[in-house]
Design a protein around this ligand. Sequence first.
Ligand SMILES: NC(=O)c1ccc[n+]([C@@H]2O[C@H](COP(=O)([O-])OP(=O)(O)OC[C@H]3O[C@@H](n4cnc5c(N)ncnc54)[C@H](OP(=O)(O)O)[C@@H]3O)[C@@H](O)[C@H]2O)c1
Length: 333
Amino acid sequence: MSIKLSNGHNMPLVGLGCSVFPEPPSVVEKAVETALDIGYKHFDTATLYNTELHLGNALRKAFDAGKVKREDLFIVTKLPQNAMAPERVSQFMDKALRDLQLQYVDLYLVHWPVGMLYRGNEKEMVPVDGDGNYLYDANTDLEAIWKEMEKLVESGRAKSIGVSNFNEKQLERILKIAKIPPVNNQVELHAYLQQPQLREFCNKHGISLTAYYPLGGLSRKDYPAKLKITVAPKLLEDPVVLDLAKKYNRSPAQILLRFSTQLDVAVIPKSSNPSRQLENFQIMDFTLKNEDLELLKSLDQGESARSCFSWPGAEKHPEYPFGHARFVPPPAE
Ligand SMILES: NC(=O)c1ccc[n+]([C@@H]2O[C@H](COP(=O)([O-])OP(=O)(O)OC[C@H]3O[C@@H](n4cnc5c(N)ncnc54)[C@H](OP(=O)(O)O)[C@@H]3O)[C@@H](O)[C@H]2O)c1
């Protein structure tokens, strides 16, 4: 099952998330091998995750063994925050393609609207000063970056382009200047953070949505405390989800993933465990009834359930996308 993007390409509704932190990036190679055997076609990575090379290795092996053809896959990667300047878009696309060992990606996303400082080192994706402060580039020009993203489609390096973690206002600005409109916005979305307004906006403008943290992002419990990522909501243990799992004779993860896909939102659950990969992939052979969709809709906690905020200090950046609820103003001079 796929979503038809506004440019006519198809994006499979279920993909494999290839951000495996805190596991080492190399686990992705095995994870992709088992996922390909199961039938996954959609793989989501990012330059930030350091897994492009491992995804690329697994794909190359599968192509060489004749297991799968390039044109049957949907590969997504993302422009990192230290590349958020027009003159670096092409450079970082080329770096991603080299690591992925591919001629093109199916979808290239602007990972965050918030740019970070570039100090001449491509690998320094999250620059930090000697005191541990994350270093941002306050001059991020989203419109100018988008013009460079369009050139990637024109040169054939990306079949489609989109964004991630953009709010409605930022999308509106891009739509206003775009010759090639974004086909996708990848955002945190799950039963506790359902984003009805953003979904309505995107639907109206032909922008598909992909949900990250579709299970609530369990792996976050292992993140270092300094990243200010809140404790994972216990979405997989919510009583409503557990009751529905019993009713449909499915796992809680399957209920949650089916819920998002029934909202026409693609899901990219991460798992390096083959049996959970299989479980997450087998969700299209049942349908949640309307009354059960309504039950799940009632779990929405809105913005209070958001748990991914980028790096500390991002809230002071002019393009911070999530409102300024967590913005702490600098002391008056
Ligand atoms: N655009 C962005 O800014 C952004 C931000 C964050 C993430 N992402 C993307 O979204 C993907 C998914 O996010 P995520 O990995 O943080 O969150 P997630 O997919 O919601 O949760 C992953 C966690 O759930 C566990 N899990 C997987 N399947 C399960 C199942 N059937 N039952 C129980 N537990 C299960 C995994 O453990 P096991 O591996 O042990 O199964 C892992 O700990 C990432 O890999 C990345 O590609 C994008």
